[in-house]
Design a protein around this ligand. Structure first.
Ligand code: SF4
Length: 420
């Protein structure tokens, strides 16, 4: 294994319009490359231009300093400086107000879980992710962590403090219930049971969070036993949800490496996997018609049976209006379900996504807008969409989402019955 310390020039990704999977606004990577060595890892694809992805780890040692500068450039004020400002403005309340009003709406920062794991083995010594968290604490930024390592528990105290100032959404990627199989596909990550124990600790400490059960490998991770096993363990660990997803396999070194391992370890599944990914879609999409089962549908049915939510949760950003968070949560559920559960065309989903993106950017209290009778004009929506927003504000859900869930109930029932 080769480790190399590098200097990052920039860190945060461009702001995301609205994200229905992880609910983050910006993402970052403290490392390039990942020692966990997952056989299906997307990061090794040529698409990301990282050679020797699993054996050459670039450590962005200056990541916390770059993050500090970028957050300041965006107009955020760290608490360390705010205390000085407050002291200065002690005699002048108006100044203090001016400072508070100048600070932009806070954004959810995804610390790890992009194209590397921030809690891979190198983090034990280099502590870059830990220092990134300390920076986020200073700025009071809502934080998202996605990992396959229980090393995250080392930083539980910092995470707990961020959670008190903003929130921490701690998700664990857990894809295989059987640890013998898990060790083949995720050789240097924490074991499945270690991840569930870590999740339990994180939840006990008051952090938000759940399980990202993705990618589920066709023919290997998409069985009822695996999905049910993961859902039951997630519930036991106190997860708020478990979200399932399929696998992409980009043509080139990602696909070659993956199929090579399958050939040696699971030869009986080789033909199926070759056929599912035979189209060589540039983004690695499977041929959906050849998949043995839809893991989203199966996950939906089994989550209901086990009694756990099958969708990640959009959490309220500090100082955000409750009504806005409520409407956003439902809109993102509609977008996710229509696109991923029902495979509906983007045209039918787009108006909901566009409205979610507008609210995500920050708008005034939607309840007040409603009281003024200006929902359509203010949010640039038609009468029908304005009625949907009103329905969400009154009931916490809406007919559009209820209809989707009704269809999903029927469809998932049929899928369950058709399985051996
Ligand atoms: S933990 Fe994530 S980034 Fe690291 S090798 Fe596994 S899939 Fe890739």
């Amino acid at each position: 294994m080769r480790y190399e310390c590098v200097k990052a020039k920039s860190l945060l990704s461009k702001p995301l319009k609205a994200d229905g999977w992880f609910h983050v606004n910006r993402t970052m990577n403290a490392y390039r490359g990942c020692e966990h060595g997952c056989v299906y890892c997307d990061g090794m694809s040529e698409h990301y231009h990282v050679d020797n992805f699993m054996t050459h780890i670039r450590i962005k040692e200056n990541a916390p300093e770059v993050l500090y500068k970028e957050l300041k450039k965006d107009g955020y004020i760290p608490q360390s400086e705010l205390e000085t400002e407050t002291l200065w403005s002690f005699l002048d309340e108006e100044d203090a107000m001016r400072i508070a009003q100048k600070v932009p709406r806070r954004k959810v920062i995804g610390v790890c879980g992009g194209v590397s794991d921030g809690y891979q083995p190198a983090e034990r010594e280099h502590e870059v992710t830990r220092r990134v968290l300390e920076t986020l604490l200073d700025f009071g930024m809502p934080t998202f962590v996605l990992t396959k390592s229980d090393l995250v528990l080392r930083d539980l105290e910092v995470l707990r403090e961020i959670n008190e100032r903003a929130f921490v959404n701690a998700m664990f990627t857990i894809t295989l219930h059987d640890e013998t199989v898990q060790k083949v596909f995720e050789p240097r990550a924490s074991t499945t049971s270690e991840r569930f124990s870590a999740l339990k600790e994180a939840r006990k400490a008051g952090l938000l969070g759940g399980v990202m059960a993705t990618p589920l490998i066709p023919g290997i991770g998409d069985s009822i036993e695996n999905i049910r096993g993961l859902a039951i363990e997630a519930k036991k660990a106190g997860a708020e949800f478990i979200q399932f997803g399929g696998m992409t396999l980009k043509p080139g070194r990602q696909k070659d490496y993956f199929l090579n391992v399958v050939k040696k370890q699971f030869p009986q599944q080789l033909e199926l996997l070759r056929s599912v990914y035979a189209d060589d879609h540039p983004y690695g999409q499977p041929n959906y018609k050849r998949l043995p089962v839809s893991v989203m549908t199966l996950g939906y049915a089994i989550s209901k049976e086990v009694g756990i939510r099958d969708r990640s949760i959009r959490n309220k950003i500090p100082h955000e209006h409750d009504a806005n968070n409520l409407v956003l949560g439902v809109l993102l559920d509609i977008v996710f379900r229509r696109t991923n559960n029902l495979g509906m065309s983007w045209n039918k989903t787009k108006p909901f996504y566009e409205l979610a993106a507008r609210i995500e950017r920050g708008v005034e209290d939607i309840n007040l807008v409603r009281e003024r009778g200006e929902l359509d004009e203010y949010l640039h929506i038609d009468t029908e969409m304005a009625e949907t927003v009103e329905e969400i504000l009154d009931k916490g859900t809406c007919q559009v989402l209820e209809e989707i869930e009704g269809r999903l109930d029927e469809y998932s029932q049929k899928v369950m019955e058709s399985l051996p």
